[in-house]
Design a protein around this ligand. Structure first.
Ligand code: B16
Ligand code: MG
Length: 218
């Protein structure tokens, strides 16, 4: 029986993925990389800031020390935070509020499991804060998705066992992490069919039989 739902943030609840792309593109261009593409950006989904930087640097001519990489990641984050200033409740993805309200009515515990260290800021800017019982994010973890740590911490905070949790994810790294945590998975987003999840839906606006999912009846 599912007693809690843990949501990924970027790409599942909020359309911050476009802002990550813009911020990485700005950094890439400063480094002389003019061919940083959406395909490169797709490989950054769900993975940590430092792992995302490595995707950019694959196209760089120069090599960088660890200290320099920290500075570059920081620079990108400053661009990203600046872009987040314009984030509002209009950036919450379709069907999210309705889904969170429904799950609340069903008596489920609701959590966040996000790699982003900017999770508290994003929840505040979009007005989503009050919908969640617990938040587990980049600030809580030492190992990023595909490691299961972020979801295991979320389950612990929700006082549930992994088997009582369902994870909603849009990235391959996130689905691998949820499965490694021994949790059920629902895939959403444009790539949902490739994720190999237990359940799938293009967006949270689609008809999802939550009662059947909760009872493990599907
Ligand atoms: P930050 P999620 C992830 O969020 C993003 O998908 C990924 O692109 C980003 O690199 C990561 O957060 C870290 O974000 O730089 O803000 O700490 O999908 O796990 O909600
Ligand atoms: Mg995501």
């Amino acid at each position: 029986m599912i007693k809690g739902v843990i949501f990924d943030l970027d790409g599942v609840l909020v359309s911050t993925d476009e802002l990550h792309f813009k911020a990485w593109k700005m950094l890439a261009e400063e480094l002389g990389i003019t061919n940083f593409t959406k395909d490169d950006n797709a490989r950054q989904k769900g993975v940590s800031r430092m792992a995302s930087l490595e995707v950019v640097l694959e196209k760089a001519e120069d090599t960088y020390s660890y200290q320099e990489k920290l500075e570059l990641a920081d620079r990108k984050n400053n661009y990203f935070i600046k872009l987040l200033e314009n984030l509002t409740d209009r950036d919450v993805l379709p069907g999210v509020i309705e889904t969170l309200s429904l799950l609340r009515k069903m008596g489920l515990r609701i959590g966040i499991g996000s790699a982003s260290k900017n999770t508290p800021l994003i929840l505040k800017e979009t007005g989503l804060e009050s919908y969640f019982d617990e938040v587990s994010c980049g600030l809580d973890i030492t190992r990023s998705k595909p490691d299961p740590e972020v979801f295991l911490i979320a389950a612990k905070k929700l006082e549930l066992s992994p088997k009582e949790c369902l994870v909603v994810e849009d990235s391959n790294a996130g689905v691998v992490a949820a499965k490694a945590a021994d949790m059920k998975t629902l895939g959403v987003g444009t790539e949902y069919k490739k994720l190999g999840t237990d359940y799938e839906a293009l967006t949270l606006q689609n008809e999802i039989d939550w009662s059947a999912i909760v009872c493990n009846a599907l």
